[in-house]
Design a protein around this ligand. Structure first.
Ligand code: ATP
Length: 241
């Protein structure tokens, strides 16, 4: 039977995350088209990180999560990683006492063949020459920008279809922020699909194809990047200089 291809890389419906008695993600629905950058915006504590963590199984969540046509709502974090989602967590969480090489190796744990791990690593070392220079150094000795590059490179080691980026520009110098945003846009041109959580809403909307605004655990506003950037409500709440 003919089946129409699903144009969405990720479709989420009725996603709820609770910590004990407190529900912090309350029935979120969102969709990420293949090859798009979708921004998830919202104030501190709105539930952005919890949404991301729910998607990759790091916190218990209910709801429907479909990745490239396949339901992953009940999958383990390891399965989700194998199926093609990689998360770059907030705060550049590299393993500081491990070397750059070891951090990359951990990101490539989904590969069953050594050759695939090596090929993924070589591709990333070509993209991030600084990581080749620092290959044997402890990750904790890298600068903030270098650690963020390592955190992204580690996530890319698994060859994901969908990259979740949680506040990738937080705490970085302006020049480094520029290179992080350039990298995100470049990854899209290579076909990667990206869900981006950003404090820097203005920058996020410059590169986002579509965006959602989360308010107190619920999606309150959605639209194209340009629509959100020109929306009075979004401007007042998130784009005030
Ligand atoms: P931020 O930008 O500050 O990280 P956020 O939009 O990502 O904000 P979350 O980190 O998802 O928001 O937090 C949503 C709510 O859930 C907040 O009230 C937060 O205090 C709470 N919360 C987050 N993690 C936990 C946890 N492990 N246990 C209990 N409450 C939590």
């Amino acid at each position: 039977m003919f089946q129409r291809p699903d144009p969405a890389m990720l479709t989420v419906q009725q996603l709820c995350v609770r910590y004990g008695e407190i529900e912090v993600v309350k029935g979120v629905a969102l969709s990420v088209a293949k090859g798009a950058i979708v921004a998830l915006l919202g104030a501190n504590g709105a539930g952005k990180s919890s949404t991301m963590h729910g998607l990759v199984g790091l916190v218990p969540a209910t709801g429907e999560i479909v990745l490239a046509g396949q339901s992953i709502a009940k999958a383990t974090p390891e399965d989700i990683s194998r199926l093609g989602i990689a998360l770059v967590p907030e705060g550049r969480r590299v393993f500081p006492s491990l070397t750059v090489a070891e951090n990359l190796l951990l990101g490539g744990a989904v590969h069953t063949r050594r050759h695939d791990t090596q090929a993924a690593e070589e591709k990333l070392l070509r993209r991030f020459p600084i990581l080749r220079e620092r290959y044997r150094q402890k990750a904790g000795l890298l600068s903030g920008g270098e650690q963020q590059m390592l955190a992204i490179a580690r996530a890319l080691m698994s060859g994901p279809k969908l990259l979740l980026l949680d506040e990738p520009s937080l705490g970085l110098a302006p020049q480094v922020v520029d290179s992080v945003f350039d990298l995100i846009a470049e990854l899209r041109t290579e076909g990667l699909t990206i869900l981006l959580v950003e404090q820097n809403a203005a920058r996020a909307l410059e590169i986002a194809d579509y965006g959602y605004v989360l308010v107190n655990g619920k999606i309150e506003i959605e639209g194209s990047g340009a629509e959100l950037a020109s929306s009075e409500r979004v401007r007042e709440a998130y784009l005030a200089a």
